[in-house]
Design a binder for this molecule. Structure first.
Ligand code: FAD
Ligand code: NAI
Length: 475
């Protein structure tokens, strides 16, 4: 029967489409089901990441960064720009083109790898005779069966009670990526990754951005030294940041949104903005799966319960990415997708959760991998720290971007690298060296002894490694 597969993958975000491709590479007959629709109702595989996440946000961050450079930094290079203007509609259209290129790329990859793609919602019907039956509902309803099912249904923005997303005034990431003119005043609730990245886009284009954060600490998961530096820089750039707030009420009116909240001292405050982005975390997508039909176990947050190997409570049913525990990152979802496909094939797929890098694509970028200094202190682990500022790096000076530093944390006795933290230009690219080094259990001295090209930002990585042994050469 043509609708009998070895593996059915539900969801074609980075977790699902990569799992499907890897399973097909390993010789399985694979189906992948995804319900995301583009503006014309057609398939748009790639999930949150491609449609309303990683890719479109980076497209807008790039456009707004170009504008900011032209407005404030070209003059340093002797370039005068007169009559600088921002065509927001064109910026959004470019972003949509980038998204479509990625959607099309995934459809091409499915064809290339002989993955059968089904556009619609996938939900469990039953399990019988060692196989699962999954219904596809959509324009072309279908029923598929397979021995293995990989669930990669992702996540959606968490709503603030009493402030439902209308995507016109109260925006999730979806609406925040589709604003058609620069708001005069933009409010952001939640100073996490989305709040900072999307706040940066609209601030660079001229919006007055106020971020309201519940926690008393800024970027609590980030290395404290980096978080402090970031806070100082963002505030200097013009971001208004209020920590330790308690939101009381959010009211959307005809023209804007009014937010009542208590500040850190408990004083009642009011903020009126043209638009409000609510970025207070995300919730797993499990409602459409009909999990009850097969007895799939969910936790109290609605996430699918899995073990370290992404196995659910059901035989041969796996789950990866945002719909399970762990950081909600595209590359984490991908790694889990690959590992699951390999486990289905009887191989030993592995994901090292300590080696998943994080990047916040603000300017300066923030990137890190491994342990923070505060975590090592809390563990009582003896460590050595070394850092190197970009201001002492020739390439950074030539670029005209000398903010930030690279910081190494290494075991006091063995010198093994335990964490690397970067704030500064191209931190997102520089962090890869740290991931490779840590995957090979390198010591700080190993990095310090490797020849790095001159002039390059990566010399700051080498110098920070040298700093662990207090022997920087250029600082
Ligand atoms: P998703 O990408 O959410 O994909 C799930 C797919 O499953 C969707 O297409 C959905 O429609 C589909 N689906 C759900 N239920 C069903 C069903 N029953 N039947 C059929 N299909 C279904 N991460 C990074 O690593 N780097 C970044 O720069 C980054 N930027 C981000 C920016 C924003 C604004 C946001 C919101 C997120 C960002 N992320 C980033 C996070 C990243 O997008 C997610 O971690 C990643 O998309 C998770 O992948 P996934 O495959 O688990 O799920
Ligand atoms: P987040 O978890 O990064 O940040 C949410 C913030 O909102 C936290 O600081 C939290 O304390 C605060 N908050 C929660 N409730 C609040 C309330 N009631 N009032 C005020 N503040 C409140 O979540 P975010 O920004 O929504 O992003 C979701 C996830 O998407 C991220 O955790 C990340 O995994 C992923 N992402 C990754 C990106 C990247 O890798 N560059 C970019 C964007 C998103």
């Amino acid at each position: 029967m043509s609708n009998q597969f070895d593996v059915i993958v539900i969801g074609a975000g980075p977790g699902g489409y990569i799992a499907a491709i890897r399973a097909a590479q390993l010789g399985f007959k694979v189906a992948c089901i995804d319900e995301w629709k583009n503006g014309k109702g057609g398939p748009a595989p790639g999930g949150t990441c491609t449609n309303v996440g990683c890719i479109p946000s980076k497209a807008l961050l790039q456009s707004s960064e170009h504008y900011d450079q032209a407005a404030h930094h070209f003059a340093d290079h002797g370039i005068t720009v007169e009559g600088l203007k921002m065509d927001v509609a064109k910026m959004i259209a470019r972003k949509d083109t980038v998204v479509k290129q990625n959607n099309d790329g995934i459809l091409y990859l499915f064809k290339k790898n002989k993955v059968s793609f089904f556009h619609g919602r996938g939900s469990f019907v039953k399990s019988a005779d060692g196989a699962y039956e999954v219904a596809v509902t959509g324009e072309k309803p279908d029923t598929l069966t397979a021995k293995h099912v990989v669930i990669a249904t992702g996540s959606s923005a968490r709503q603030l009670p009493g402030a439902e997303f209308d995507e016109k005034l109260i925006l999730s990431n979806d609406g925040a990526l589709a604003v058609t003119e620069v708001p005069k005043k933009l409010g952001v609730i939640g100073s996490g990754v989305i709040g900072l990245e999307m706040g940066s886009v609209w601030r660079r284009l001229g919006a007055e951005v106020t971020v309201l954060e519940a926690l008393p600490t800024f970027l609590a998961a980030v290395d404290e030294q980096v978080a402090k530096e970031a806070q100082k820089i963002f505030v200097k750039q013009g971001l208004k940041l209020e920590l330790g707030v308690k939101i009381a009420e959010v009211k959307a009116g005809k023209k804007g949104v009014s937010i009542s909240y208590a500040n850190a001292k408990g004083e009642e405050q009011k903020l009126d903005v043209d638009k409000l982005i609510v970025s207070i975390g995300r919730v797993p997508n499990t409602t459409g799966l009909n999990a009850e039909a097969v007895g799939l176990k969910l936790d109290e947050r609605g996430a699918i319960v899995v073990d370290d190997d992404c196995k659910t409570n059901l035989p041969n049913v796996w789950a990866v990415g945002d719909v399970v525990r762990g950081p909600m990152l595209a590359h984490k979802a991908e790694e889990e997708g690959v590992a699951v496909a390999e486990r289905i094939a009887g191989q030993h797929g592995h994901v090292d959760f300590n080696l998943i890098p994080w990047v916040i694509y603000t300017n300066p970028e923030i990137a890190w991998v491994g342990k923070t200094e505060q975590a090592l202190k809390a563990e009582g682990r003896a460590y050595k720290a070394g850092s190197f500022p970009f201001i002492a790096n020739g390439r950074a000076r030539a670029l005209g971007d000398t903010t930030g530093f690279v910081k190494f944390l290494a075991d006091a006795a063995t010198d093994e690298i335990l964490g690397v933290h970067i704030i500064g230009p191209f931190a997102s690219e520089l962090i890869a060296e740290a991931c490779v080094a840590m995957a090979f259990k390198a010591s700080a001295e190993d990095i310090a002894r490797i020849c790095h090209a001159h002039p390059s930002l990566s010399e700051s990585t080498k110098e920070a490694a040298l700093a662990v042994d207090k022997r920087t050469l250029n600082f």
